[in-house]
Design a protein around this ligand. Structure first.
Ligand code: SDX
Length: 431
C-alpha cells in the first residue's frame, strides 16, 4: 500500500509529510520530521488539532457521540459489566475470563487496606481540606509507603500487583478521607463485599446505624465508574502521560492526574454543576438570568456541565447517566428538585440558538452529581468519584506510554517566543 503524504509549501519550497491513518479512518499529518526538514514548528494552543500519541485504549467520535473502550461500546459495557471488569479490559485489552475476574476480585480484597501509619496523615490536614488535595497527597505518599510497588512486576494477564494495589487502595483512601472529614470512626473494607458495595459501606456504615447496601446504589455506582473510566487524551490523562514521560513512577503520575482533574473546566465541573443548579433554585428558578449570563461575551460565567472539546453532539455518557439518574431517584424514592431544574435548564438550552450553534450539549458532569447526592455522597466528594472511575484509564495510558520507545520520549512542546529579543545588560547603578 503506497504511503499517503501531505505537502507543505512554504518559502517557495515543498515539504512532504507522511499521513497516518487510524483504524477508524481518521487521518493525521505526521509532523515529527517537520522542524528537521523545514525549520518550522506548528502552533496549536490547547492542542485543539494536535495528536499527542497513537493509542489503542479508547476511541471517541465527537460528531457521532461514540465512545468505545478497547473497541467495546460503553453502552454495552455499562449494561453488562461491573466496574472492575471494565478496569481489567482497559488495563489488559481484554475482558477477563471468570477465572481472571475471580483473581482480580481477590486482589481487590487483598490490597484494600492502607498502611496504618498513613491514617495519621488524615489527622493533620486542616479542617475542610479539599478531598481532592487529600487524595492527591495520599496517592503520592503511596510511593513512600510501598516503594516495592514500583519494582514488583508479577503481572497476571497484564495486571501488575502495583496496579491492583493502587485500584483498591485509592477506594479506601477516598472513603477514609470522608469519614475523617465528618469525624466518624473509620469503616474498614470487608472481604464479603464487591468493589462498589465495599466503597459504599466504608462511606456510610456506622457502629450505631448499620448501613444497608442498596442493590440500586451498587448498580448505579458500577455504571457511573464505568462511564468515567477513560476518555482518551483528556487534560488529566495527558497530564499522567506527560509526567510519566519524564520517567516518573505510577503514583506521582496519578497524583498529578488527580490535580489536573480537580479543575472546574475538567472533572471539577460535577461539583460546579450542583452549585449552579442550587443557585438557580435559590434564585427562584430564574433560568433566563443564568442563560443570559452564560451567553454574555463580557461575562466569564458559563453554564457548567455543558459543552465539550470533542463532543459536538450529546455526550453519550450524559445520556446514560441521565437514565441512571431517573432509575436511582425512583427506586430510592428520592425527590430532588435539582433533577427537575437540570431537565428544565437542558430543555431551555436546547431551544437557544447560542448553544445550538456552538454544539453545546450536556456533558458527563451534568447529571452525575444528582445521582451521587441521591446515594448520600457529599458534593465535595464528587470529583473524587470521578477520579475513582478514571483511575484505570490513567493507569492504562501510563502503561501504554511506557510501552514503546516513541510514546515514552519525554514530552517537551516547543513555543513561539514573543518576548524582547536581545537587551544589553544595565547595571543597577545605571538604572
Ligand atoms: C470533562 O476532554 C475530556 O474528555 C474531558 C472529560 C473527560 O471525560 O475527561 O469529558 C470530562 O472535563 C467534561 C467538561 C466539563 N467542563 C465543563 O462542563 C465546564 C463548562 N464547559 C466549558 O468550559 C467548555 O465547554 C469546555 C472547557 C468543556 C470546552 O471548552 P473548549 O473546547 O475550549 O470550547 P470553547 O471554550 O472554545 O467554546 C466554544 C464557544 C465559546 O464561545 P465563542 O467564543 O465561540 O463565542 O462555546 C462557548 C464559548 O464561550 N462555550 C460556552 C460553554 N462552553 C463553551 N458558553 C456557555 N457555557 C458553556 N458551558
Amino acid at each position: 500500500m503506497t504511503q499517503e503524504t501531505a505537502q507543505l509549501i512554504v518559502d517557495g519550497k515543498t515539504y512532504t509529510l507522511p499521513v497516518v491513518e487510524s483504524t477508524t479512518g481518521e487521518r493525521a499529518i505526521d509532523i515529527r520530521s517537520l522542524r528537521q526538514q523545514s525549520g518550522y514548528i506548528t502552533l496549536d494552543s490547547g492542542y485543539m488539532n494536535t495528536g499527542s500519541c497513537q493509542s489503542t485504549i479508547t476511541y471517541l467520535d465527537g460528531d457521532q457521540g461514540i465512545l468505545r473502550y478497547r473497541g467495546y461500546d460503553i453502552a454495552d459495557l455499562a449494561a453488562n459489566c461491573v466496574f472492575i471488569e471494565v478496569a481489567y479490559l482497559l488495563l489488559t485489552g481484554e475482558l477477563p475470563t471468570a477465572k481472571e475476574l475471580d483473581r482480580f476480585k481477590y486482589d481487590m480484597t487483598r490490597y484494600a487496606l492502607i498502611h496504618e501509619d498513613m491514617i495519621h496523615f488524615f489527622d493533620h490536614f486542616p479542617p475542610n481540606s479539599s478531598p481532592m488535595s487529600i487524595l492527591s497527597t495520599m496517592v503520592g505518599t503511596l510511593h513512600d509507603f510501598y516503594p516495592e510497588m514500583d519494582q514488583e512486576e508479577d503481572p497476571y494477564g497484564g495486571i501488575t500487583t502495583t496496579t491492583a494495589r493502587l485500584l483498591s487502595k485509592v477506594r479506601t483512601i477516598a472513603a477514609f478521607s470522608y469519614k475523617k472529614n465528618i469525624g466518624h470512626p473509620l469503616v474498614y473494607p470487608r472481604p464479603d463485599l464487591s468493589y462498589c458495595a465495599n466503597f459504599l459501606n466504608m462511606m456510610f456504615d456506622r457502629p450505631n446505624m448499620p448501613y444497608r447496601v442498596e442493590p440500586i446504589a451498587v448498580i448505579a455506582l458500577n455504571k457511573l465508574l464505568i462511564l468515567h473510566a477513560d476518555h482518551e487524551q483528556n487534560c488529566s490523562t495527558s497530564t499522567v502521560r506527560l509526567v510519566g514521560s519524564a520517567g516518573v513512577g505510577l503514583y506521582p503520575c496519578i497524583s498529578a492526574g488527580v490535580n489536573a482533574l480537580w479543575g472546574p473546566s475538567h472533572g471539577g465541573a460535577n461539583v460546579a454543576v450542583m452549585r449552579m443548579l442550587e443557585t438557580i433554585r435559590r434564585d427562584g428558578r430564574d433560568y433566563d438570568k443564568y442563560i443570559a449570563k452564560a451567553k454574555d461575551p463580557n461575562d466569564p460565567y458559563r453554564l457548567t456541565g455543558f459543552g465539550h472539546r470533542v463532543y459536538k453532539t450529546y455526550d453519550p455518557r450524559a445520556k446514560l447517566i441521565k437514565e441512571i439518574c431517573t432509575a436511582v431517584l425512583d427506586t430510592l424514592q428520592v425527590d430532588d428538585p435539582l433533577l427537575e431544574i437540570a431537565q428544565e435548564l437542558e430543555y431551555r438550552v436546547s431551544q437557544d440558538d447560542y448553544f445550538v450553534s456552538r454544539n453545546l450539549y450536556p456533558n458527563v458532569d451534568f447529571y452525575s452529581g444528582i445521582i451521587y447526592r441521591a446515594l448520600g455522597i457529599p458534593t465535595n466528594m464528587f470529583t473524587v468519584m470521578f477520579a475513582l472511575g478514571r483511575l484505570p484509564g490513567w493507569i492504562a495510558h501510563w502503561q501504554e506510554m511506557n510501552s514503546d520507545k516513541d510514546s515514552s520520549r519525554i514530552g517537551r512542546p516547543r513555543q513561539v517566543y514573543r518576548g524582547l529579543v536581545n537587551r544589553p545588560f544595565v547595571r543597577l547603578e545605571d538604572r
